[in-house]
Design a protein around this ligand. Sequence first.
Ligand code: C2E
Ligand code: CA
Ligand code: CA
Ligand code: CA
Length: 292
Amino acid sequence: INKANMALSTLQNSSSHYTQYHNNVLRQLATESELIQAFHNALHNDELTLAFQPQIDCSTNEITGVEVFSRWYSKALQKSISPQIFIPLAEKHHLIRRLSIWLLHSLFSYINSWLKSRLPAPRFAINLSSLNLHDPVFIKQFFQLMKSYNIPANILQIEITEHISLELFSDGDNPLEAMRNHGISIAIDDFGTGYSSLTYLKYLPIDTIKIDRTFIKSLPASQSDLALSKAIIDIGKEFDLKVVAEGVETVEQLNLLKLHGCYQIQGYLFSKPLSVDELFEFVDRWSSHDHP
Ligand code: C2E
Ligand code: CA
Ligand code: CA
Ligand code: CA
């Protein structure tokens, strides 16, 4: 674990480039105030949609989960804006609760009709901002919406990043604990890229860790990324957690991950994020074929 922790810490400084990147992209798109105005309208005008990326268990060849993403095509700006731009923007301008509530409405009504019309449904993994988890009003609405759309808890997974403050949860009022007690599973996203990864394993009710795409990207060539991926897989085994590899694009990457005992795979190799209709087709096609 110590070795793994040291290895993980070498990657922790990479996020300092983010702000610069973010600002540059922002400048190319529109001014921040134009963008926030457009995003405000998007929340009213049906410009947001959902995208779904299947997660495959390569030991059983089943679709075990689907990660849910937000998509925004701005009519005013006449282009798609990446969630890497509009999520931080929504966080900064206090719109992240509304964005996540919008997502829950759309997703839950979708799941609701899926469960009525066909079975079985995969598990849906929702990305929540750390701000959502620290927002008691949001948490309350989350549970209310689950109830009103009749969503079984075991069909949901929450993906969190390592930016939540552990202190806020030490008073026994941990929303993740509450979700977990309902039967919702919890995943740590981008495991190893943030801070205090291993402390999170100790204090949070985690089921799953996700190997970040930045580790997978340069496999099989990079020895250090291979070492990191193996370390994360071993941590998973040690703590009895599921390990999902994301951003898997090639058969070589897949085989390497399988070789080291990671069978839960998400990435372009199997599927890009899909629209509602495309997801139905994918699930249909997948269940009617044999897979190697
Ligand atoms: P993430 O949660 O780490 O999601 C993985 C990102 O990698 C997604 O980008 C996905 O489309 C992309 N991806 C998946 N497989 C591959 C692959 O094989 N190759 C490559 N090159 N890329 C792959 P996306 O959809 O642009 O989302 C970016 C980030 O924005 C997400 O990172 C997540 O942190 C955030 N995000 C997206 N939707 C939401 C949302 O509804 N709520 C919140 N809070 N965050 C969101
Ligand atoms: Ca995620
Ligand atoms: Ca991720
Ligand atoms: Ca990521």
